[in-house]
Design a binder for this molecule. Structure first.
Ligand SMILES: [Zn+2]
Length: 416
C-alpha cells in the first residue's frame, strides 16, 4: 500500500486525520497536555514510529520520542519534530504535520534499508501551545534542559496541578529533568511546520526556509485626557484620549509598514467613560511588535515610544507606556538554512526565505542546539482555526524536501 521509495502525501494526510480524531470535543479538535486524548494520539504515533523502523518511547514529560539508529550505534542524532498538542478548536496540521512528515521520512529511509552516519530522532512534543497550564513550550523546554520546576505547581482550569496531572498520566513529576538531552548527543533540531501566514500562498510557492522565529515586544499604553460634553466643547479645546490613541495606532501602522518583515499590531483598545455623548477622558491600547532581528524590533519600539509621546504632547493628553512582554528572536542557523535551501532547490523550486511571525518549539530548542525550519504553504494563511487547510500534494512535496535535507545533512563545522 505504501511506496517505500518516497514519502506519501496520502499517508501523511490520513495520519493527520487520525490524530484529529483524538479530541476532547467530538465536533472540534482540542487536545491538551497530559489529557486522555494526548494518550490516544501518543499511542498512534508510537506505533507509526515502530512501523517506520524506530524504537519509540515516552520521555519524562510525555514527549513521544522515536529513534532510528545511524550506521554506528549510539551516534549523535539529527532531531526532527513538532508538537502534538493543539489550541482549542484547532486545525489539523499545526504541529501534527511536522511529526507525521518526519516519521514518513524515516519510513522511507527504513524501506530503502538506508542508514546515515548519524541517528535520527523524531519528537512529538507534548506541549507547545500551553493551553492547559498557561505556560508554553513545556515539552521542548524539558528536552532543552530549561524546564522550570516551579511550573509544576501551576493549575489547570479545574484546579489540578501539573504535578498531579503528570502523576495521573503515569509520569514522575520529580523526574522531568531526565527528559533533558546532552548537547553532545544532538547535532541540530529541524522542524517542518505550516506557515500559519499567507506569504507562500501569495507567491505561489509550496515551501520556504525560515530565517528566524520573530521576537516580540508588547506594551500597554494608557492615555489620560479630559472627559467632556460631546456637544459643548469645541474641537480645538478638546483633550480626547481616544482620538490620541487612534492617531497613535495609525502611526504604528505607518512605522511598521516601512520595513520588510517588521509587523506592529494594536489588538485591543478601550475608552472610558464609553458613552455616545461624552468625549473620552481615558484610553488604553496594546501594542505587539515583531521582527526577525532583535535590533530591528527594539529600534522600531524606541522610535514609536517617542512618536507616541509627541502625539500626546501635541494633543495635550498624558501618556504612560509600559512593556508587558519581551521575547528575543530565535534565529535559524545560517548553515541549516543553507542546507534546507539546497534541498528545496534540488526539487526544482525557488528558495524563498521568510521569518516566522508565530512561535515554535525551536524557541526552546535553541538553548540546546542550532535550529532550522521548513515552512509549508497553508490555505489563506489561516491557522489556530478548524479552517486550517493544506493539500496532500504540498505535504508530499514538503516531506520530499525534508527527506532530501535529512539524507544530505552535514553537521555544523566543528561538530564532527
Ligand atoms: Zn505549531
Amino acid at each position: 500500500m505504501s511506496n517505500p521509495i518516497q514519502p506519501s502525501g496520502a499517508r501523511i494526510w490520513d495520519r493527520c486525520e487520525a490524530l484529529a480524531r483524538c479530541s476532547e470535543d467530538p465536533g472540534a479538535l482540542t487536545r491538551v497536555f497530559l489529557s486522555s486524548e494526548q494518550r490516544k494520539a501518543d499511542d498512534l504515533v508510537l506505533a507509526w514510529m515502530r512501523e517506520a523502523g524506530m524504537s519509540s518511547r515516552l520521555d519524562a514529560i510525555g514527549n513521544v520520542v522515536g529513534r532510528y539508529e545511524g550506521t554506528a550505534g549510539n551516534a549523535p542524532c539529527l532531531m526532527l519534530g513538532s508538537h502534538l498538542d493543539t489550541v482549542r478548536n484547532a486545525g489539523k496540521y499545526d504541529g501534527m504535520l511536522g511529526v507525521v512528515a518526519a516519521i514518513d521520512c524515516v519510513h522511507v529511509l527504513n524501506g530503502r534499508g538506508a542508514r546515515l552516519p548519524f541517528a535520527i530522532e523524531v519528537i512529538g512534543f507534548a506541549d507547545e501551545e500551553g493551553v492547559r497550564f498557561g505556560a508554553t513550550l513545556l515539552g521542548s523546554r524539558a528536552i532543552a534542559g530549561t524546564f522550570d520546576a516551579g511550573l509544576l505547581d501551576c493549575c489547570d482550569a479545574r484546579g489540578l496541578s501539573m504535578r498531579e496531572a503528570l502523576l495521573r498520566f503515569g509520569l514522575d513529576p520529580a523526574g522531568v529533568g531526565r527528559a533533558a538531552r546532552r548537547r553532545a548527543d544532538v547535532l541540530a533540531y529541524a522542524e517542518l511546520h505550516i506557515e500559519q501566514g499567507p506569504v507562500l500562498e501569495a507567491e505561489g510557492l509550496p515551501v520556504g526556509v525560515v530565517t528566524a522565529i520573530n521576537g516580540a515586544s508588547r506594551y500597554t499604553v494608557d492615555i489620560d485626557g479630559v472627559a467632556g460634553h460631546a456637544g459643548t466643547v469645541p474641537m480645538n479645546l478638546r483633550q480626547d484620549a481616544l482620538a490620541a490613541a487612534a492617531e497613535c495606532t495609525l502611526a504604528i501602522e505607518l512605522r511598521c509598514g516601512r520595513e520588510p518583515d517588521l509587523v506592529g499590531t494594536v489588538g485591543r483598545i478601550e475608552a472610558a467613560p464609553g458613552a455616545t455623548n461624552v468625549i473620552p477622558g481615558f484610553a488604553r491600547f496594546t501594542i505587539d511588535i515583531r521582527a526577525p532581528r532583535d535590533e530591528q524590533r527594539r529600534a522600531a519600539a524606541a522610535e514609536l515610544e517617542s512618536t507616541i509621546s509627541s502625539i500626546c504632547d501635541r494633543r495635550n493628553v498624558a501618556v504612560r507606556m509600559r512593556q508587558t512582554h519581551e521575547g528575543r528572536t530565535a534565529a535559524c542557523a545560517g548553515w541549516l538554512q543553507d542546507q534546507i535551501g539546497q534541498a528545496i532547490a534540488a526539487e526544482g523550486l525557488p528558495v524563498r526565505r521568510l521569518p516566522s511571525g508565530a512561535g515554535h518549539d525551536g524557541m526552546a530548542m535553541i538553548d540546546l542546539v542550532d535550529i532550522g525550519m521548513l515552512f509549508v504553504r497553508c490555505e489563506r494563511g489561516i491557522s489556530h482555526n478548524p479552517l486550517e487547510a493544506i493539500t496532500a500534494d504540498d505535504a508530499e512535496l514538503a516531506a520530499r524536501v525534508f527527506l532530501r535535507f535529512v539524507e544530505h545533512f552535514r553537521p555544523a563545522p566543528g561538530r564532527r
